[in-house]
Ligand binder design. Structure first.
Ligand code: ZN
Length: 335
């Protein structure tokens, strides 16, 4: 499906981003750059001739520029708005009226690019099957560089792209493509969609297939944390350890300024112990074992009496919000 591939590869807001630029977008931006440069030219010949730039039938460069400029003026009127998850004020704002020359031209080109992106998203939303990813609000965008692509096994990259755009040969899809008559799942006889195979087949669940996947991810995560704990910054003097007479009880007091200064979650302690709910890992510390909770990973610092618990869920992308709420409720008593 060529259209889907185009969307998959060129949309900069897609959940799976490939580092390729649309040839059409580059063509349009090239024309925009040329026209805006000619517009501002001081050359008397250019000024009198007013050269017209040839483009396709559908897309008119002058219209695109006017639209982009209109938008930039409007944005200045509205003022700064936060559209992404970056912290407030983290991106510097350029105002249309306050820029000139090349900077102004770059703003027009960037605006044209953004409008191209919006156009692609609108197209994707209109495709009910392959456009499912547009509903994955909680999923983080994943960028694939050429290096990633070359390092991945071809089958893996195929699977990754096909799963995001629902192009895997599930029985439901095979029926849709006219290659099969029966859309049912051989395990549970429900309708076998990609979502069903990856996250909602009851038989697969009872056979421990999802647990196996969960534990493989957990293993990977626990290893990374184990390595990271050795790289945390040393304890800061604002951690104060109080001990009762005879040392029967110990507790830690951390001033608010200390927590503000902390850059990483593991900073400030150098005795982190990592345990995971996996057979080959150390069991959780006594303080956790006393409870009925079974967190996936516990990071514990005996000297500062701090515990960081990690819960891992591998939900289907459209159910991320739901899974998060469920896990939050599990630990509600602790907050
Ligand atoms: Zn099933």
């Amino acid at each position: 499906d060529f259209q889907t591939w185009q969307l998959a590869m060129y949309c900069r807001k897609a959940k799976l981003k490939l580092t390729m630029k649309s040839i059409l977008e580059e063509y349009k931006c090239g024309k925009v750059r040329l026209v805006t440069m000619l517009e501002e030219s001081d050359d008397p010949v250019v000024k009198t001739v007013k050269p017209s730039i040839k483009t396709g039938r559908k897309w008119k460069v002058a219209e695109a520029i006017d639209e982009a400029k209109e938008c930039l003026r409007l944005k200045e009127v509205i003022g700064q708005t936060q559209t992404d998850r970056k912290g407030l004020g983290s991106s510097s704002v350029k105002w249309w009226s306050k820029t000139e020359g090349k900077e102004k031209r770059d703003m027009v080109i960037e605006e044209v690019r953004q409008r191209e992106d919006v156009r692609r998203i609108q197209k994707a939303v209109q495709q009910p099957q392959q456009g499912q990813w547009t509903n994955w609000d909680s999923a983080m965008q994943r960028s694939l560089t050429w290096k990633d692509i070359w390092q991945m096994a071809p089958l893996r990259i195929r699977f990754l792209i096909r799963s995001v755009y629902d192009l895997l040969p599930s029985n439901a899809n095979l029926v849709r493509w006219g290659k099969k008559d029966d859309p049912t799942c051989p395990l549970c006889h429900g309708r076998q969609t990609t979502e069903h195979v990856l996250s909602s087949c009851k038989v697969a669940l009872s056979q421990g297939r999802y647990t196996w996947r969960h534990n493989r991810v957990l293993q990977e995560l626990a290893s990374v944390i184990s390595t990271a704990k050795g790289q945390s910054n040393p304890p800061s003097p604002s951690f104060t350890i109080f001990t009762t007479e005879g040392g029967a009880r110990k507790w830690c007091w951390r001033s608010n300024t200390a927590s503000n200064q902390r850059k990483g979650l593991l900073d400030g302690c150098d005795d982190w112990e990592v345990s995971a709910d996996l057979p080959e890992w150390d069991e959780h510390p006594e303080v956790i074992r006393r409870t009925t909770l079974k967190p996936d990973i516990v990071i514990h610092s005996p000297s500062t009496q701090q515990v960081i618990m990690v819960e891992l869920t591998v939900p289907y992308e459209s159910r991320m919000e739901q899974a998060h709420t469920y896990k939050k409720e599990k630990y509600l008593d602790l907050t």
